[in-house]
Design a protein around this ligand. Structure first.
Ligand code: ZN
Ligand code: ZN
Length: 232
């Protein structure tokens, strides 16, 4: 079963509606998808209001668990703790932060603010992750992302090495903006092995860590996952 805690709909810069994105993920064999549109102070409530309603409805009908979320993106690092708290209060089940990827001028200090903020679940594409930030992520239980997205993925090898050395938990996310970006089982394995994740760690990153994040954000949901996701 595929888990993916980082995707985008047209509520930010993705191409599909949230519902179509979820449907496509279900057909691709996903068991869980979080839709985490880019958000800042102004659009956070609006994005979550729409995503909550869409996820609620499709969860009643389709064998996939869809989670409303946000990716706090290019916001001043000092605002991250408060925005993450507001996102949680507005119904975000997954709060991600757009980390210091090497392909964009993300404000320095974003990674630190994310790993230290109580309400942040995932630090996405952390770029040249500092070992001290990896250690703080490990201590607080913030998940660190290996990115399936072109560009952000340039530093995946560094992220894997630094996170493993610190004992921080890793996730693989697609960061999909279009249907062709969604994960497959083979692609997920290839990205992780290509980042030099030891093969023995694959079940941890692809199954155990996602289940543990899910259990934290939505207790009891792991037991209710669709037994047989995929085309119906
Ligand atoms: Zn991002
Ligand atoms: Zn993203």
């Amino acid at each position: 079963m595929l888990f993916d805690f980082h995707t985008h709909s047209f509520l930010s810069d993705g191409v599909l509606s949230p519902v179509e994105l979820i449907r496509r993920a279900q057909v691709a064999g996903y068991g869980v998808i979080a839709v985490t549109d880019h958000a800042g102070p102004g659009n956070l409530a609006h994005v979550l209001d729409q995503l909550r309603r869409d996820c609620e409805e499709v969860n009643r009908h389709w064998p996939i668990l869809a989670l409303p979320g946000v990716e706090l993106t290019h916001v001043p690092p000092a605002t991250i703790p408060d925005l993450a708290r507001r996102a949680r209060a507005a119904g975000a089940l997954v709060v991600a932060v757009h980390g210091e990827t090497v392909v964009e001028p993300v404000p320095p200090g974003t990674n630190r603010a994310a790993v230290d903020s109580e309400d942040v679940d995932v630090l996405a594409h952390p770029g040249l992750l500092d070992p001290a930030d990896a250690a703080r992520a490990a201590a607080r239980g913030c998940f660190l992302e290996v990115s399936g997205r072109r560009g952000h993925a340039f530093t995946n090898g560094h992220v894997v090495r630094t996170a493993l050395a610190a004992g921080a938990r890793l996730l693989l996310d697609s960061d999909a903006h279009a249907p062709g970006d969604l994960l497959s089982e083979a692609f997920a394995r290839h990205v992780l092995l290509g980042a030099a994740l030891p093969e023995g760690e694959l079940p941890t990153v692809l199954e155990a860590n996602p289940r543990s994040l899910l259990e934290r954000v939505l207790p009891g949901s792991v037991d209710r996952l669709p037994a047989d996701p995929g085309r119906r």
